[in-house]
Design a protein around this ligand. Structure first.
Ligand SMILES: Cc1cc2nc3c(=O)[nH]c(=O)nc-3n(C[C@H](O)[C@H](O)[C@H](O)COP(=O)(O)O)c2cc1C
Length: 171
């Protein structure tokens, strides 16, 4: 097992893939990591879709310019009606829960030797129209999956993290 800090630091947004297909067992492992994610009051208010048939991949790719030519995708969505709502301020935690699930998928992909990028820039209404199965969900992330190509290495932004002192206050 990889050291977690090493994994977290080593992961980067991969935006180019080789032709090597992603093994179905690796997709299954990603989904197992998703299911293991914690959610508020264990409501598990999320859904995921594996988009892998060439026809479905084409339909998805029409909804974003960030598909990077991948041949398999995982889409993660939140289900507001199933989520815990904090009574003090009415905050619904569906997007938080789905984002934790998505983070598991993203980190598990790297752990499995796959590359991916959390893609938030997509036409969500168009995606829900293209895939009626996704309608009614708040679509939070698309993960294009593949084996990293050398030209898909970390972009400059990967190395532009702010200093911890700027982000964290010790009280
Ligand atoms: C919520 C979210 C949405 C993102 N959406 C996109 C996207 O649509 N397209 C893209 O190329 N990268 C996207 N990214 C990747 C970020 O640009 C990237 O994480 C950031 O620049 C830091 O680089 P790194 O992931 O290589 O460390 C997104 C990341 C997050 C967390």
């Amino acid at each position: 097992m990889t050291d977690f800090l090493e994994l977290a630091r080593d992961r980067y947004s991969c935006r180019a893939f080789t032709d090597r297909p992603v093994e179905p067992e690796k997709v299954d492992a990603l989904l197992a990591a998703a299911v293991a994610a914690p959610t508020a009051v264990d409501r598990q208010p999320w859904r995921a879709w594996v988009v892998e048939s060439p026809e479905a991949v084409e339909r998805l790719s029409a909804c974003t310019r960030f598909s990077f030519g991948a041949r398999v995708f995982v889409v993660v969505g939140a289900v507001a009606d199933e989520a815990w709502v904090r009574k003090y301020d009415g905050r619904n935690f569906a997007d938080v829960d789905a984002s934790i699930v998505a983070t598991h998928v993203m980190l598990a992909a790297h752990d499995l030797g796959l590359g991916t990028t959390w893609v938030g820039h997509f036409d969500a209404p168009a995606l829900a129209e293209a895939f009626p199965e996704m309608a009614g969900c708040d679509l939070v992330a698309i993960f294009p999956l593949g084996y990293p190509a050398p030209e898909g290495g970390p972009a400059p932004k990967h190395f532009e993290r702010r200093d911890v002192g700027e982000l964290v206050t010790r009280l």
